[in-house]
Design a binder for this molecule. Sequence first.
Ligand SMILES: Cc1ncc(COP(=O)(O)O)c(C=O)c1O
Length: 508
Amino acid sequence: MVYIPPSHSDRAVDVGLKRRQPDLSRHLSTEARARLPNPIKSIWKVAQVKPGTINMGNGDPHHTLYPVCEMNFVVPSLDEQDPVQSWRQGTGDQQVISSYKDEPCALSLRTAMAYGAGAGLKHVRDALAELNDRIHAPPNHTVSLSLGNADALTKCFRLLGNPGDSFLCEEFTFSAMTNAALPLGIDWVPIRMDKDGLIPSDMEKVLANWDDATQGKRPHVLYTIPCSQNPTGSTLSLERRRQIYQIARDWDVIILEDDPYYFLQYDLDIRSSTVEQYGFTRAMAEVLPRSFLSMDNDGRVMRLDSFSKVLAPGMRLGWVTCNDFFGEKLDMLTDSSSQHPHGLGQAFIAELLGNRGWGIDGFMKWVSSLCREYERRRNLFMDVFRREVVNTGLASAEAPQSGMFVWIKINLDCHPRYRAVVDAGLPGSAVSNTAELMDELFRKLLECGLVMMPASTFAIVDRPGHSATDSHIADRVNYLRATFVGTDETIENGLAIFGRGLEEFFCH
Ligand SMILES: Cc1ncc(COP(=O)(O)O)c(C=O)c1O
């Protein structure tokens, strides 16, 4: 684990924080408490202390027998003003960055291809710690690599969750991940959302009204996606983030900040004078949203970042930033399971972010150029959407300020077959046929040759009797998640099909 020294004076920084960090062991799962370190890796750590020690202890293949001595990556040159545009159009220069086994480079293949530590290799962790420090200035945290946020999240669930625990999450969420917690016996408690994301007062209400006698242990974990919330596309305001952090503090809740879309922000007002004087990292840091991590004086945030959305998902590389106690426990889990992130990806990142590659500032230049391109696609999507769909009066959507998703509201109450259910059954159960009609619409669009993700796929259904006063989520699934990341042609054709499909659906 890498200790990130505090550096920015405008954020909460206190050299005494490390000593004052509260004991967080009460949050650990039984599994995490029971886990022993991987004994071989423990010995290896001790053995590395004395330089020149002869290693006859490990079963590592010898590096002279690795069947590779060099890897070349051809990447866009960042000399271009708008590198993503030049790359797409094939007009820009290219840059070759190389990893070698036996020649100088940022991270030798000898190291990258050998067994390593669960936290990842120092070169890469150091680079990411620096990136973190320049963007979030986290008060007192460490960095470990992951195989992307899915890997990191499932490990965090195991770190913090016991069978019978309840965790909080947004009422519509990335169900691929919440489902991964179910076999661990973790139950999800949905927090209401509006167009701006998770509603802090609802989180407070759920925690304050929690009855241990009937509901079991009060939730001690919030899983949230603060930017381009998947699926709703909403981004939490600073005000909400502050409120949520304070509530987490009041009720001793750990925040899992799953933020793979963080770097994809639109309508940013990047100051060219800051770029010229201090570079892209500082200019971007000034306008990117303030993360939960940046506020985290008491070590209750585990922030998950990923290269999936800004480089490529097949990289399977991301990073977790958290207090060093949880970090160490996570590393122990990795040390005894996936071992460590794969070496080739780490070699690429080390060179890319190193002196002979883009460097951190170049990476941020790429990211800002990527933001411009996705912003263009978002704008095109919204223009075509207005023309093909809003004009029908059957659906509407807000332009998202980050990420990849548009959350489309279907005006189902205009449908001739929309109805309130006569016998609603138990208090709090569904009172309309919204879910059935949305299922029909999904199938209809599929027949027309278009897939959009139905809201029901992401809905967290509360336990019976939990939210008797609130409307049932099945009455609020009149949404579809669409993405605007595709080509102009995909956007034009997809939304034309959507508009026509909607009109036909509303006629029957
Ligand atoms: C909210 C959210 N979390 C996690 C992931 C998984 O990310 P990764 O590719 O880094 O595992 C995704 C991918 O779509 C996502 O949308």
